[in-house]
Design a protein around this ligand. Structure first.
Ligand SMILES: NC(=O)c1ccc[n+]([C@@H]2O[C@H](COP(=O)([O-])OP(=O)(O)OC[C@H]3O[C@@H](n4cnc5c(N)ncnc54)[C@H](OP(=O)(O)O)[C@@H]3O)[C@@H](O)[C@H]2O)c1
Length: 236
């Protein structure tokens, strides 16, 4: 069921989160879009928007307090950052920023959301192929946070199964969004990245949204604790 249900999509203002929010809304879901700084873009996606900095537990708590108990059917943990963290030159501030936003924030938000979720709800974590393969270029902290999401996905599926809440993850390959624009703007890096996708193209936000939709729908009713590669063959 998606028509008539309610969803909260983090980072729904742009990129993959935006496509997920629009896909859920197109199926008749009442979507609240979370954003960090781009309220203007969030309001283009939905009239219902909420702000929080995922790197701050106080900010998350303030946002979640605005959500009525037992009111959300679908939580998509999509917001994240992809900043460099080369081994040898990464500051503690950068380390904290990546871990707090992509990992601690997702845990804290999901924990805070538990009373807000209806029994039978679905949680989808947006992971990454970077959780499964080594990639040169100094993004190891990013990959580690996404591996943490895959691990959360398995354990939360077990912890929340008694409430009928299904928890899954989607792991995209490269998707052309603001996040990857600078990286893929370099012709050599673009060619290298493309070569890792046997289907011969990068993903689109809509490719990812389609899988999220399936995992949240009746068709996916017996799927839980899984992390799905949506990567054009990047990870096989
Ligand atoms: N693009 C890819 O190739 C790719 C591949 C694999 C996985 N992913 C994952 O997919 C998800 C979405 O990626 P994307 O490419 O759509 O990214 P994006 O275009 O850069 O959008 C990032 C989103 O996260 C929000 N955000 C950023 N920092 C935040 C913070 N501190 N607190 C709360 N929200 C914050 C942004 O909000 P504002 O708009 O308000 O700033 C925005 O909505 C991320 O988890 C990413 O790791 C992406």
């Amino acid at each position: 069921m998606i028509r008539g249900e309610t969803a909260l999509v983090t980072g729904g203002s742009r990129g993959i989160g935006r496509a997920v929010a629009l896909a859920l809304a197109a199926k008749g879901c009442d979507v609240t879009v979370h954003y960090h700084s781009r309220r203007d873009l969030a309001l283009e996606v939905s009239p219902r928007v909420l702000q929080a900095d995922l790197a701050s537990t106080a900010s998350i708590d303030r946002m979640v307090a605005e959500i009525p108990d037992q009111s959300i059917d679908i939580l998509v943990n999509n917001a994240g950052i992809w900043k460099p963290s080369p081994l040898g030159s990464t500051s503690e501030d950068r380390l904290d920023e990546i871990l707090n936003t992509n990992c601690k924030g997702v845990f804290w938000l999901t924990q805070a959301m538990l009373p807000k979720l209806r029994d039978g709800a679905r949680i989808v974590n947006i992971s990454s192929t970077a959780a499964r393969v080594g990639i040169a270029g100094g993004r190891s902290l990013y990959g580690a946070t996404k591996a943490a999401l895959d691990s959360f996905t398995k354990s939360w599926a077990l912890e929340l199964a008694p409430r009928g809440i299904r928890v899954n993850a989607v792991a995209p390959g490269y998707v052309e969004t603001d996040m990857t624009a600078e990286h893929l703007g370099d012709p050599d890096r673009r060619q290298n990245a493309l070569a890792r996708h046997p289907l011969g193209r990068f993903g689109t936000p809509e490719d990812v949204a389609g899988t999220v939709l399936f995992l949240c729908s009746e068709e996916g009713a017996f799927v839980t604790g899984q992390s799905w590669n949506v990567s054009g063959g990047f990870v096989i």
